[in-house]
Design a protein around this ligand. Structure first.
Ligand code: ZN
Length: 105
C-alpha cells in the first residue's frame, strides 16, 4: 500500500477508467489484474507515454490493453496519450493516422 492510499481501494487511480486500445472496452483499473503496455512502431507526436530505442531519439507510441486482449495477443488499433499538463487528460490516436517508424530488428 502506498502513501495516500486508503484501505478498500479509494485511491485516485482506482477511479481512472482506461479504454483498451485493442477491443475498445472501458476497464476500471481496479478490475484489471495488471496494466499491460504494448510498444508500437508508430511515431508519437505527444510527450507521454512514449518509448525510445537507446540508439535513436524517436518517440514511439504506446498502447494500453486489457488483460483479456493481452492474453489473447490482440493487436491494438489505437495509441494512448496522457497529457500531464492538463490534469492527466487521456486521448487516443488511431494507428492509421500515425506515421510508422522503422521496424525493430
Ligand atoms: Zn481489450
Amino acid at each position: 500500500m502506498r502513501i495516500g492510499q486508503k484501505r478498500g481501494g479509494s485511491c485516485a487511480i482506482n477511479k481512472i477508467q482506461i479504454k483498451c486500445c485493442a477491443c475498445g472496452s472501458t476497464v476500471l483499473l481496479r478490475k484489471t489484474d495488471t496494466i499491460q503496455l504494448v510498444a508500437l512502431i508508430y511515431k508519437a507526436e505527444w510527450n507521454a507515454p512514449t518509448w525510445k530505442m537507446p540508439q535513436d531519439n524517436t518517440k514511439r507510441a504506446v498502447a494500453i490493453v486489457c488483460d483479456k486482449c493481452h492474453r489473447e495477443g490482440r493487436t491494438p488499433k489505437e495509441a494512448i496519450e496522457i497529457d500531464v499538463n492538463h490534469g492527466g487528460k487521456v486521448s487516443f490516436h488511431a494507428l492509421e493516422e500515425l506515421k510508422r517508424t522503422e521496424t525493430i530488428a
